[in-house]
Design a protein around this ligand. Structure first.
Ligand SMILES: Cc1cc2nc3c(=O)[nH]c(=O)nc-3n(C[C@H](O)[C@H](O)[C@H](O)COP(=O)(O)OP(=O)(O)OC[C@H]3O[C@@H](n4cnc5c(N)ncnc54)[C@H](O)[C@@H]3O)c2cc1C
Length: 458
């Protein structure tokens, strides 16, 4: 066969024969489904898509790509790949067929294959009274989330999910399967903790779980005409809120879609979502100052921790999204006025959601042994729209990036990788020394830059 095909086709044909999983080239039926990203705005056309079923398949793929002069990019879902380009010279490794999850209740650890989504970990962990540090979406990939940091509902108590990665199994850029632990591969483990997908293909992670019986959580909702009053009070409340609470404030312009429940459908709102652990001050007392703002709807209640998985009501399944994001040092009166002028009542903003995630607590304490040692800011701002056509897309991007630019005086240009879906200098994610070390680890493990992460380390 190899004599009748050009070299790339021959290498891909050999790879197809060598792996247990599936391989799709543009000529194959199934290629369009295999290449589709969760974010429907992304239109990627890789040289081939491989759906491995084992670390061995991944190693074969990396070696075959090298032999064919192709690069390799890895995606669990395609939630955050708007920056990777069209991939014509790249093999896309889609890990979705590797979704095994094993819970070790004695060690309080989950062994998670590369393609597992958060809901595939949260449900079996809950059966043992354990929680994982998942984020707001059940169908985000565990590995991609942890590689980028990972802030969820327990973040101010336990910090970034990346800091609770215990070990990993990876395939290196030269096609070796390597177990990564603090003892055997300290540099690689350090780089995987928040450094993104720059140093190896992760085939499995071991992540720490936490015992938890109950949590107090829910939404407080007001008409968005109350945005200034509510956000101003929330910002002040954040100043000395205990670490047992993690909250998110949102400006929402909900479309009139049937999937949205009746009291909220088609409405403009200001919302505070929160989760309070029962291991600190009385949750009722923690929430009282926010309840004193007289929300129109109050869903906050004691619930089993599994309720946190869908608390934020993120869209599930493929969705088009355009966004921009930045970290802020605070939200003083002037900043709040700027934010509301750009995206609040009367602004005519096309953004579906402007979200402010409360940082601080454990997120702010530097953890040695991680490329992303802490999140050095008070809030992460995330501005998002769902484009239905290119004109709308242009308006959404202008509004999201315009808002980020207007908020620049209240940040230091630092960004959080997981919420960054536009191309930026990776120096905006990391402290200077960490960025330098990350590049050095990448150069040591991938000197040819075979691996293509969504946010290349530079
Ligand atoms: C609806 C929604 C809700 C979200 N909520 C949160 C949240 O609450 N908290 C938070 O911190 N983030 C959140 N995110 C951001 C999310 O964590 C990032 O988008 C993350 O990159 C998604 O990981 P993924 O594997 O699903 O994505 P993918 O797009 O598949 O992967 C993103 C990148 O991760 C790397 N990668 C993925 N898998 C591997 C692998 N096996 N080996 C090596 N590199 C790999 C690659 O560089 C890839 O380009 C959310 C995103 C969305 C769209």
């Amino acid at each position: 066969v190899s004599t009748t095909l050009e070299p790339t086709s021959a290498a891909l044909a050999a790879l197809r024969a060598a792996i247990d999983g599936q391989l799709y080239t543009p000529d194959d039926e199934g290629y369009d489904t295999a290449r589709r990203a969760w974010n429907l705005v992304v239109d990627q056309h890789p040289a081939a898509v491989v759906l491995p079923t084992s670390a061995r398949d991944v190693a074969e793929t990396v070696r075959a790509a090298a032999a064919a002069g192709l690069r390799v990019t890895v995606q669990t879902t395609g939630h955050n790949v708007g920056t990777t380009g069209d991939l014509r010279d790249t093999v896309l490794v889609r890990t979705s067929a590797m979704h095994g999850v094993r819970i070790d209740p004695d060690r309080r650890v989950a062994h998670v294959e590369a393609g597992a989504l958060w809901e595939q970990v949260v449900e079996p962990a809950a059966a043992h009274g354990l929680v994982a540090l998942h984020g707001s979406s059940p169908d985000v990939g565990v590995v991609g989330y942890c590689l980028g940091g990972g802030i969820g509902w327990l973040a101010r108590r336990h910090g970034l999910a990346a800091h609770h990665v215990v070990a990993a199994e990876v395939v290196t850029a030269d096609g070796r399967i390597v177990r990564v632990t603090a003892e055997d591969e300290p540099d690689l483990l350090w780089a995987l903790k928040g450094g993104g997908g720059n140093v190896a293909v992760v085939t499995a992670l071991e992540i720490r779980l936490f015992p938890l019986d109950q949590v107090t959580a829910g939404w407080l909702i007001w008409p968005w005409e109350d945005s200034h009053r509510v956000l101003s009070a929330w910002t002040a409340w954040c100043e000395d809120a205990p670490e047992s609470v993690t909250s998110i404030a949102r400006l929402l312009q909900l479309p009139p879609l049937p999937v949205i429940p009746e009291p909220l459908r088609g409405r403009r709102l200001v919302v505070i979502e929160l989760a309070v652990l029962h291991d600190g001050p009385d949750p009722e007392a923690v929430i009282a100052p926010l309840r004193a703002l007289a929300p129109e709807i109050d869903t906050v209640q004691v619930m089993p921790p599994i309720g946190l998985m869908r608390l934020h009501q993120d869209p599930e399944g493929p969705t088009p999204g355009l966004s921009d994001s930045v970290m802020l040092d605070g939200l003083p009166e002037e900043a709040l006025r700027e934010l509301l002028a750009a995206a609040g009542p009367g602004s005519d903003s096309p953004l579906l959601a402007v979200e402010l995630r409360q940082l601080g607590g454990a997120l702010a304490r530097p953890v040695p042994g991680a490329a992303l040692s802490e999140l050095d800011g008070r809030f992460v701002l995330f501005a998002l729209g769902l484009p239905m056509d290119p004109d709308q897309g242009a308006a959404i991007m202008a509004a999201a990036s315009g808002l980020v630019a207007r908020m620049a005086p209240w940040g230091r240009g630092r960004r959080y990788m997981n919420f960054t879906e536009v191309p930026v200098d990776a120096g905006e994610f990391f402290a200077e020394g960490a960025h330098r070390r990350l590049r050095a680890v990448r150069d040591a493990h991938d000197p040819e830059r075979r691996l293509q992460a969504n946010h290349a380390v530079g």
